[in-house]
Design a protein around this ligand. Structure first.
Ligand SMILES: [Zn+2]
Length: 279
């Protein structure tokens, strides 16, 4: 599933590729992707003829701003891909649900085999109030600057295991299974430490590891794993998986202390960590 870094890579690609382009035609296959609308026509007519003016991100939601005050909101879900096609003649991938054709030529396509992703158009002003999920999103570590002291204060107010807190979308937006494991390894902290037991030094290490891990992941264009579908706007997989220290590396030796990395199943998901140097 794409996490914050992957969605940020797509946002940057979109900014380069769609801003300034005017929509000529929109095709929608089925209602699943545009399920928040009453019908396809309602989605299509708010887009056709409009020009994209900018691309923002709130957590894992992409906000493609349109002239006239509307915004096209995109969530990639589990397996969604936004792909740029240079021409309408390029073969469409299976499970292409939405195709946006630009007046200047070229297309933006939304491919989503598992259909957990979605697209909808709404007013940009007050979008946080209209979309419940946005209203309750926690701090976005890639877009909102926060001091480590403030981060430490927020942690100390909670009594949760570190991994679940990092993954709590109402606390921090966009961190999932991969990056929580990588962040905690970077900080030398165990997944099950309670958030209100950290020393100031540990808070600082955790904060620094979170920022560095997420920024490095964006630099390496996200993580693409064998069983998952993340690719960038140009259809290329990311390369950060080659820089993972613990995630999906059980049995290998820890890059820091050479102890063996273990995998635990907790609450239906895997947790990877080093029992020796994460405390
Ligand atoms: Zn270790």
């Amino acid at each position: 599933m794409p996490e914050l870094p992957e969605v940020e890579v797509v946002r940057r690609d979109l900014e380069r590729e769609i801003v300034g382009r005017r929509i000529k035609e929109v095709e929608v296959d089925g209602m699943r992707t545009v399920r928040r609308h009453h019908n396809r026509k309602q989605f299509i007519t708010r887009l056709e003829g409009k020009k994209f003016t900018g691309v923002d991100r709130r957590g894992k939601y992409l906000l493609c701003r349109l002239e006239g005050g509307d915004v096209l909101v995109v969530h990639l879900g589990m397996s969604g891909q936004l792909l740029r096609a240079k021409s309408s003649r390029e073969t469409r991938a299976k499970h292409t649900h939405v195709v946006i054709t630009f007046q200047q030529g070229g297309q933006l396509r939304f491919v989503d085999p598992r259909t957990f992703g979605e697209m909808f158009v709404t007013e940009y002003a007050g979008v946080e109030d209209q979309v419940t999920e946005l209203a309750h999103l926690g701090i976005d570590p890639l877009s909102r600057a926060m001091s480590w002291e403030h981060f430490g204060y927020l942690m100390s107010q909670r009594h949760s295991k570190l991994k679940s807190l990092l993954m709590d979308q109402k606390f921090l937006a966009g961190i999932g299974n991969i990056y929580s494991d990588e962040i905690l390894w970077g900080a030398g902290l165990r997944w099950d430490r309670s958030s209100d037991t950290l020393t100031a030094q540990e808070v600082r290490r955790l904060y620094r590891s979170m920022m560095e891990t997420l920024q490095d992941a964006v630099k390496h264009r996200g993580s693409s794993l064998a069983d998952e579908q993340y690719v960038d706007l140009y259809g290329k997989p990311g390369e950060f998986q080659f820089h993972h220290n613990v995630y999906a590396r059980e049995g290998e030796s820890c890059p820091r202390c050479r102890h063996t990395i273990v995998r635990l199943r907790v609450g239906g998901r895997s947790t990877f960590f080093c029992e020796a140097c994460q405390v």
